[in-house]
Design a protein around this ligand. Sequence first.
Ligand SMILES: Cc1cc2nc3c(=O)[nH]c(=O)nc-3n(C[C@H](O)[C@H](O)[C@H](O)COP(=O)(O)O)c2cc1C
Length: 282
Amino acid sequence: MKRDSVPHTLLVATLLCVVCSVFVAGAAVGLRPRQLANKQLDQKKNVLIVAGILDTDGIVQQGQLKGKAAKSSTINQLFEQRIQKRLIDLKTGEQADPKIIDGETYDPRAAARNSEWSIFIEPSEDLAKIKRREKFAFVYEILDSEGNLEQIVLPVYGKGLWSTLYGLLALSTDGRTVLGITFYEHGETPGLGAEIENPTWRALWSGKQLFDENGVIELEVVKGKPSPDDPKIKYAVDGISGATITSEGVSNLIRYWLGPDAFGPYVQKLHRQWLGEGANDG
Ligand SMILES: Cc1cc2nc3c(=O)[nH]c(=O)nc-3n(C[C@H](O)[C@H](O)[C@H](O)COP(=O)(O)O)c2cc1C
């Protein structure tokens, strides 16, 4: 075959394609465990941030390691010391049976796409606009230095204007008072919807109440700034100006995930335990 013939050119091009695709596929498969480990490390870091153990620059804020920049080993160490990750059945709020589901390998996002591991949400109830939700979800229980429950962190997500907003909400052990919120993944516009990441806006959430005295969800992101005399101020977070749609998305996803169809049973159980009535109700 002549070097400058058409069949030779096609042969070389085909061989090159095959060799390159083997390299790309090999790299994708070979790097998958590392990608997964990085993803898990990132999630641990986000949980530590919303719990106030790390700041957003990755500096440790509490305990013996205070002031230290958290490398991966520190993040793993802090997570192991302070956080209990549990998989719960959202229908009951109880811990999932490890015989049915393996918490080590469970992927909530994959579960939400799988009809066997998720439920369909009626459009009229789909406040977070996610169509389906996984049957089982992780909760992160934050322990103090004596091993007592200090706060809980719940993963929440739902549609903003352009994208799905993925966040974590930290609650007090009363199951009602917000301690913090963080959004670690979204595609909203920088300077507008992406202000959900802004520490100043996130700080407005601390101390807000989720439910009224009857357990009905009241918390919402309001348009503008609520008046200090507003009797509902404890349930109101200032909206982000120029980003009303993202702000409403945040309100709605919180209302869905803390409502009766998602974390409601878990959070209400926590509240009963906090009131001292939970000793006999499992
Ligand atoms: C280029 C562009 C990007 C925008 N990005 C966002 C966004 O990320 N989130 C959002 O709620 N609104 C965004 N908006 C504005 C919305 O279209 C809408 O006007 C706004 O949510 C209304 O909020 P306001 O009532 O506070 O002005 C964007 C508008 C433009 C032109």
